[in-house]
Design a protein around this ligand. Structure first.
Ligand SMILES: [Zn+2]
Length: 352
């Protein structure tokens, strides 16, 4: 019989938005029954054959490296971004692109290679539509996606799934200058070499197309996606951290705040500079729960970004926001009705 161990990390989110922390549950009786859902008791992504949540109120999110997220709700499985093949020394994600065959849809926030390199492959395998900006879908077709599965979104477009909808919002990519990328990116590569974690000499580079580097990705090709559940719960997903756009402002004026948000925390190499990109977006979205994305190392391009400086900056400005950064593929189970959160990891799973 499935029993949740008493060491569960059960986070209580006050319905009013003021985060009321329930520390480690004192005993299993303090953990709601819904946290026993098999989808909250495994590291296996639903798109790779893992269980989908049975509880009709339960959304299960999983961070899967780079800016990849999985959202499972009922039988619907959405994948946000798709870079699953990464070069050394980036950590393996623990799941290969070829295992991801059960997606309902793939959403690509923008068409850079570190966001879409396996998007067309996964959409193909799952026979799923791939949604993104025109630049993204054009690139996906060049990468082998059947044109019928390419779904170009524009600001304000909405797709409906059982129990929730997804709205595309024109966002903007981070605004690093070519000069900054050359100097700071070069310094990061030199640091990798100097510390022995540089790209191995002669390691093969992919010859296939992995994305687009069209400069228009920055202003025309980056989208945030807002999930709105029928019970009102809202989750915002944004895979870059650029200047705030009119589209984002208009949506936030309309809805006021979201319940949970994930915003990219990568591009500027050091937290002090990156916080200047990410924090204004967190302030705009006003989530009760914040979950970063893109913060882990992506081989030659980006370093691991410590999340503590960002979380402290958020706590300073918005003390009621709960910032969490669960390990790769750990289930982040959110009861969209009660707004309670349960984060599972192997140390909370039943043994045997
Ligand atoms: Zn990018």
């Amino acid at each position: 019989m499935t029993m949740v161990k008493n060491s569960l990390r059960f986070l209580k989110q006050c319905a009013l938005g003021a985060a009321a922390l329930t520390p480690l549950a004192a005993n299993a009786a303090d953990v709601p029954a819904w946290a026993n859902d098999p989808a909250c008791q495994t590291l296996t992504m639903a798109a790779a054959g893992g269980p989908t949540p049975k509880n009709p109120d339960l959304m299960v999110l999983r961070y899967a490296g780079s800016a990849n997220f999985e959202l499972a709700y009922g039988n619907t499985v959405l994948l946000f971004d798709a870079q699953y093949e990464r070069e050394a020394y980036a950590r393996p994600i623990g799941v290969k692109a070829e295992q991801l065959t059960k997606a309902t849809a793939v959403y690509i926030g923008h068409g850079h290679g570190d966001h879409m390199s396996e998007g067309p492959q996964i959409a193909n395998q799952s026979k799923a539509p791939l949604f993104g900006a025109a630049l993204t879908t054009e690139t996906a077709i060049k990468m082998g996606l059947p044109a019928a599965q390419a779904k170009t979104v524009k600001n304000g477009d909405v797709q409906k799934y059982p129990g929730f909808s997804v709205e595309a919002i024109l966002a903007q990519h981070n605004s690093r200058t070519p000069e900054f990328v050359k100097i700071a990116g070069g310094a990061w590569q030199n640091l990798q070499k100097a510390t022995g974690i540089g790209r191995p000499e002669g390691a093969p580079r992919p010859t296939r197309i992995t994305g687009t580097s069209d400069v228009k990705v920055l202003t025309e090709g980056t989208y945030a996606f807002l999930m709105t559940f029928d019970n009102g719960y809202k989750f915002m997903m944004l895979d870059s951290s650029g200047p705030i756009t009119e589209g984002e402002r208009a949506v936030m004026k309309r809805i006021g705040k979201v319940d949970a948000a994930s915003v990219a925390y990568q591009g500027y190499y050091v937290p002090a500079r990156q916080i200047e990109g990410t924090l204004p977006l967190v302030e705009l979205f006003k989530p009760d729960v914040f979950i970063p994305n893109h913060h882990d190392e992506t081989a030659g391009s980006f370093p691991d970004m410590g999340t503590e400086p960002l979380f402290l900056a958020i706590r300073e400005k918005m003390p009621a926001v709960r910032s969490i950064s669960p390990l790769l593929r750990a289930p982040i189970c959110i009861n969209t009705k009660t707004k309670d959160i349960f984060v599972g990891d192997t140390w909370t799973f039943p043994k045997g």
